[in-house]
Ligand binder design. Structure first.
Ligand SMILES: [Ca+2]
Ligand SMILES: [Ca+2]
Ligand SMILES: [Ca+2]
Length: 312
């Protein structure tokens, strides 16, 4: 009986998704997904990713009383987290301005409606060793004949992503796999910054550029507050923003040699906590099949010949 159970579990883990879930492009050369219809085509292989509305406006006016620092909740700005308020506070004057709230959409209109966003895989059991991996898969079939694929998307990355390998809340890299091969891998840091480790690989080449940094967009916003001998902040200038809770926007575009009419695209992450703590999110995703240059040239020449013939 136990053996049967093992066999069944083995089968399930060996086949996380199948080509039957493929999106049939019927010879089309491009595919786009703005993530506004739920997980939809991405359903196959999904775990620890979720489809949600793009974050709206961040925390605006903040009032409160308290010592040290704390998490300020947008719906309850007076509450301070006592578990973190004991951190010694040494203000550096002049106090930095609170970062004005904005939205991902206002910064880049490619963020709209819903996006695909991480769901925490859980706390690590050992420092620097993520406890699990989030995975979501998109399978496209019957792409137009091509010699390479162009992929493009926009990423919102941020809050307190933990880059330290000595931390049990360490967050592993974002990975993109094409047909099972890692073509992009990058570890991020607090605020959606880059750790500088990783990039495009295994034949992929392109750009991953941070276009905006220091955004105040999420529901939770970390502040430090002036102690004032226990009286807490007396006005809004008694506090300043902790930059490591802010967010960034990254623009990604890359090309990879590819000829098969089917392609499997997988996104993996090792973000340990939920979206009020840290996140990686993607929107406006596209794949374009690029025909070989000679084929493009030939079709262009044929068109010119056709036009020339008609003019005669
Ligand atoms: Ca969207
Ligand atoms: Ca964190
Ligand atoms: Ca973490």
């Amino acid at each position: 009986m136990n053996r049967l159970l093992v066999v069944v579990v083995g089968m399930v883990t060996a086949v996380p998704f199948s080509l039957s879930a493929a999106v049939n492009l019927a010879g089309a050369a491009s595919y786009t997904n703005n993530m506004d219809s739920g997980l939809g085509d991405f359903e196959a292989g999904y775990t620890f990713w979720q489809n949600q509305a793009v974050f709206g406006s961040g925390v605006g006016t903040i009032t409160g009383q308290g010592a040290g620092n704390g998490l300020v909740n947008v719906t309850n700005p007076g509450s301070l987290d006592p578990s973190t308020s004991a951190t010694p506070f040494t203000p550096s004057y002049p106090l930095a301005s609170i970062v004005a709230p904005t939205t991902f959409n206002a910064q880049d209109s490619r963020f709209d409606g819903n996006w695909l966003i991480t769901n925490g895989v859980g706390n690590n059991t050992s420092a620097g060793v993520p406890s699990g991996t989030g995975s979501i898969v998109l399978v496209l079939s019957n792409l137009a004949p091509h010699t390479s694929l162009n992929l493009a998307m926009v990423w919102g990355i941020g809050d307190s992503i933990d880059a330290s390998l000595s931390s049990t809340s360490y967050d592993g890299p974002l990975q993109i796999l094409i047909d099972g091969v890692v073509v992009y891998q990058q570890a991020f840091a607090g605020g959606g910054g880059s750790t500088g480790a990783g990039g495009f690989q295994n034949g992929a080449s392109g750009t991953m550029t941070r276009t905006v940094s220091g955004l105040n967009t999420t529901a939770m916003y970390r502040e430090r507050w002036q102690y004032n001998s226990g009286a807490g902040p007396t006005n809004e200038n008694n506090r300043y923003a902790e930059s490591w809770t802010l967010e960034s926007i990254w623009d990604m575009a890359f090309e990879i040699a590819h000829t098969n009419s089917d392609v499997t695209i997988e996104f993996r992450h090792q973000i340990s906590s939920g979206i009020t703590d840290e996140f990686i999110a993607m929107d406006s995703f596209s794949v374009t099949a690029v025909p070989e240059p000679s084929r493009l040239l030939l079709s262009g020449l044929s068109l010119m010949a056709l036009v020339g013939r008609r003019r005669r």
